[in-house]
Design a protein around this ligand. Structure first.
Ligand code: F6P
Length: 534
């Protein structure tokens, strides 16, 4: 692999600074540097990639044995080697098996749980399962990380289909979060879902206890209004939740990949089992594409290769995810966990150091809001931030079609502006037209130069439907997988979150005064003293 990385870097170095816009002198570029999966289009033509660069990247994918690793993942092999686990979130959206883990077909269990969830959701939505005060009007999903970000993002994304109870998401251990969420909702018509793969995450269990106390003030049997989503079914029973309202999943589902099964219950309650089924259909269609399309036409592979080109080959440390879709406003936060918890690692699968930088910092906000906040830096800062635009051709508000036209125009204008830039001559002409001259013209013009040549990709789809949302999320999941395989890391563990958790446990008694904090550093002790004094 070292030779290909070397060739790629040499290839990129030679092309650095060449005009991206001039690549479009070739009229076929847009078509050759874009691909479709179903009816979504991924355009990566506004990058410095050319045929030879793409060929090298595809060779990198071949040498990393992406196809064999992919097949191993779908087949239930224990590719999460540091935890000895299979990685089968794809089974959660599969229709049929067999899919074997340790010789056992997991599909009967998956389908049975999906059917139980659907029946539970139907009964809750129909008011057949109700709270002490009647049909559930509100659902409070308590979870964090993968037990929150996915369903919270998807519930918001599918707002046009919301015809069930209101679903709220509480994640932060900051009491403000649960306090503000519970204010104004009626405990007698509220269902609390405790979503935690391990059922031991301190933030979630603290919030669950608080919710139970809140409910106990008005409801005689609060446990009857609790449901649980977890792999640790024994712990849910110990917590007093009726097994009929516990939806379990296996350890071969990673937290940040768990949206498709029980962790998606909040989404299913909001939009109903049928729409949730369409969401799974979309993801399954992307799975099929990922499994069968040749590498050079494979959307997740190409999204990964463009990511690697920008992060590991060109050395850009961050990438911005910019959905021009207000209902995808939680997508960047969701992708931060998916990408950074998966590929933010410095040790390779074989225990050695990574030979190239780990996955990039992922960040973003919906357009057009971002344009009025941080796009300044993206256009004129000294750092290059590769941008990933995401946009629907059509909105959901027929009366507001002019809004949507403006939205799409802004999205396309940004990728055009990033590539095209504005030269000093153009800036000077603008200033001259405003009547400036001499030294003042020179000074003002320089501030108005856009270097351009800044890379972006655009993912465009017809409309944000449950099916399309499923396609998009599965696309990104597989992209993360491909990047991980090429970087040689295990994308499915997350040891990097452990140390902070352990230290928080040891600091809590210092803050309460139960421990003197012996062994803690001076900075930490001074901060503790400040907090204690107030
Ligand atoms: O932050 C670490 C982590 O383990 C995530 O991977 C996970 O999604 C989150 O905590 C929540 O874990 P659980 O679902 O077990 O409460």
């Amino acid at each position: 692999m070292a030779d290909i990385w070397h060739d790629l870097k040499a290839h990129a170095a030679v092309r650095e600074g060449r005009s991206m816009l001039s690549l479009f002198d070739d009229a076929g570029r847009a078509a050759r540097f874009s691909r479709r999966a179903g009816d979504m289009l991924f355009d990566f033509s506004k990058t410095q990639l050319d045929e030879a660069g793409l060929a090298l990247l595809l060779e990198l994918a071949r040498r990393a044995e992406v196809e064999a690793r992919r097949d191993a993942m779908f087949a239930g092999a224990k590719i999460n080697e540091t935890e000895g686990r299979a990685v089968l979130h794809t089974a959660l959206r599969a229709e049929a098996g067999p899919i074997l883990v340790d010789g056992q077909d997991v599909m009967p269990g998956v389908l049975a749980t999906r059917a139980r969830m659907a029946e539970f959701a139907r009964q809750v939505r129909a008011g057949e399962i109700a709270g002490a005060g009647g049909a559930y009007t509100d659902v409070v999903n308590i979870g964090i990380g993968g037990s929150d970000l996915g369903p919270a993002m998807a519930t918001l994304a599918l707002a046009p289909w919301q015809d069930g109870p209101r679903v709220h998401y509480v994640s932060n251990v900051d009491g403000a979060h649960i306090h503000d969420t519970l204010q104004g909702i009626d405990p007698t018509t509220t269902l609390v879902i405790v979503a935690s793969k391990t059922f031991s995450t301190i933030e979630t269990m603290t919030n669950a206890d608080t919710a139970r106390g809140w409910m106990a003030q008005t409801v005689a049997d609060p446990a009857a209004q609790f449901a649980a989503l977890s792999s640790a079914v024994d712990l849910t029973t110990a917590y007093g939740i009726d097994p009929a309202r516990v939806f379990g999943f296996e350890d071969w589902v990673g937290g940040r990949y768990s949206l498709w099964g029980p962790i998606g219950l909040g989404v299913m309650l909001a939009v109903g089992p049928a729409r949730f089924g369409e969401f799974l259909d979309g993801a399954r269609a992307m799975d099929e594409h990922f499994r069968t399309a040749p590498l050079s036409d494979n959307l997740p592979v190409l999204l990964a290769l463009v990511g690697i080109w920008h992060a590991q080959v060109q050395g850009h440390a961050t990438r911005a995810v910019l959905p021009y879709d207000q209902r995808l406003s939680r997508l960047p936060a969701y992708l931060q966990q998916l990408e950074m918890e998966s590929n933010g690692k410095r040790v390779a699968m074989d225990g050695g150091d990574l030979s190239v930088p780990s996955g990039p910092v992922v960040w973003g906000e919906p357009g057009t809001n971002g344009q009025h906040a941080f796009y300044q830096l993206i256009h004129q800062g000294t750092r290059v931030v590769p941008c990933e635009f995401i946009v629907a051709a059509k909105g959901h508000e027929p009366d507001l079609a002019h809004h949507h036209r403006l939205l799409v125009a802004n999205c396309l204008a940004q990728s055009e502006a990033l590539m095209r830039g504005r030269s000093l001559e153009e800036a000077r002409a603008l200033m001259a037209a405003k009547g400036l001259e001499g030294a003042e013209l020179d000074r003002q013009a320089r501030h108005r130069v856009f270097p351009g040549n800044r890379p972006s990709t655009t993912l465009i789809y017809p409309q944000l439907t449950p099916y399309v949302l499923g396609q998009i999320i599965a696309l990104y999941e597989h992209r993360v997988f491909v990047e991980g395989v090429i970087l040689g890391i295990n994308s499915f563990d997350q040891w990097g979150v452990e140390l902070g958790k352990e230290l928080a446990k040891s600091l809590e008694p210092v803050l309460s005064g139960a421990s003197d904090g012996a062994g803690k550093d001076g900075s930490t002790l001074a901060l503790v003293a400040f907090a204690q004094a107030r």
